[in-house]
Write a protein that binds this ligand. Structure first.
Ligand code: GRF
Length: 227
């Protein structure tokens, strides 16, 4: 079940207009591109990506964002004295772009308190396994698929979840399954899962925003008018 997307003390009231996404990525950015294409095709209506942030200046996803004329920002670890300082910078950047929902799309750093506090219940992540299986610290990239194959699983998949302080443990908002085939390699399985990720992520983001929108509108309709 999707927990209520209430207005925590830290979150400012949403600006009118399209929902604004802030994407964090570290590399290829194929999930980011799938989300952007879902926006462009109208599958994800009333939504736009306000900023793409990366912790690697050379991330391919940053280039893609620039080609799409989406604002980008780089926050590299070496430029900050602590993880908290880095995440404060990122949280400020997301707020400056009036981001409603933070979307982690292959971001290889753990999200810490400044971002978690500023965007409580407003951070999504996609993970290439059927969580809670094959999640947690260090379970990234091909390691996930190697572990799935080593355990002789018959199926795998991907999960979109809310981000909390516990890595990969936030409430699961959606999953998609794929078969594991007898002659799979980690790379082949990864490619099959990734194709599902590209379908699942835009769809869950759409549902989540719709849910939020409905809740806000319902709330406004039922709020007593004080005179
Ligand atoms: C995806 O497999 C995603 O599940 C994981 O990181 C990978 C990112 O791929 N969190 P891409 O950069 O979106 O192509």
């Amino acid at each position: 079940m999707i927990p209520p997307m209430t207005s925590p003390a830290s979150a400012s009231k949403r600006q009118s207009g399209p929902f604004r996404l802030g994407v964090l990525l570290s590399g290829r950015g194929s999930n980011f591109l799938a989300i952007q294409e879902a926006i462009e095709s109208g599958q994800l209506p009333n939504t736009r990506i306000s900023v793409v942030i990366s912790n690697h200046a050379e991330a391919l996803g940053l280039q893609t964002a620039q080609e799409k004329a989406i604002p980008t920002a780089i926050f590299e670890k070496a430029d900050y004295e602590s993880r908290t300082a880095l995440d404060e910078g990122i949280a400020d950047c997301l707020k400056a772009h009036q981001v409603d929902l933070v979307v982690l799309a292959g971001y290889d750093r753990i999200i810490s308190a400044p971002i978690l506090a500023a965007f409580e219940q407003r951070i999504l992540n996609i993970h290439p396994s059927l969580l809670p299986a094959y999640g947690g610290k260090g379970m990234v990239g091909l390691k996930v698929h190697q572990a799935v194959l080593a355990n002789g699983e018959r199926e795998s998949g991907c999960s979109v979840h809310l981000v909390t302080a516990q890595v990969d443990e936030g409430p699961i908002l959606g999953q998609s399954r794929v078969p594991v085939l007898a002659d799979d390699t980690p790379e082949r399985l990864a490619a099959r899962v990734l194709a599902e990720e590209h379908r699942l992520y835009p769809s869950v983001i759409g549902q989540y925003l719709q849910n939020h929108l409905n809740r806000e509108e319902n709330q406004e309709a039922h709020d007593p008018v004080l005179q």
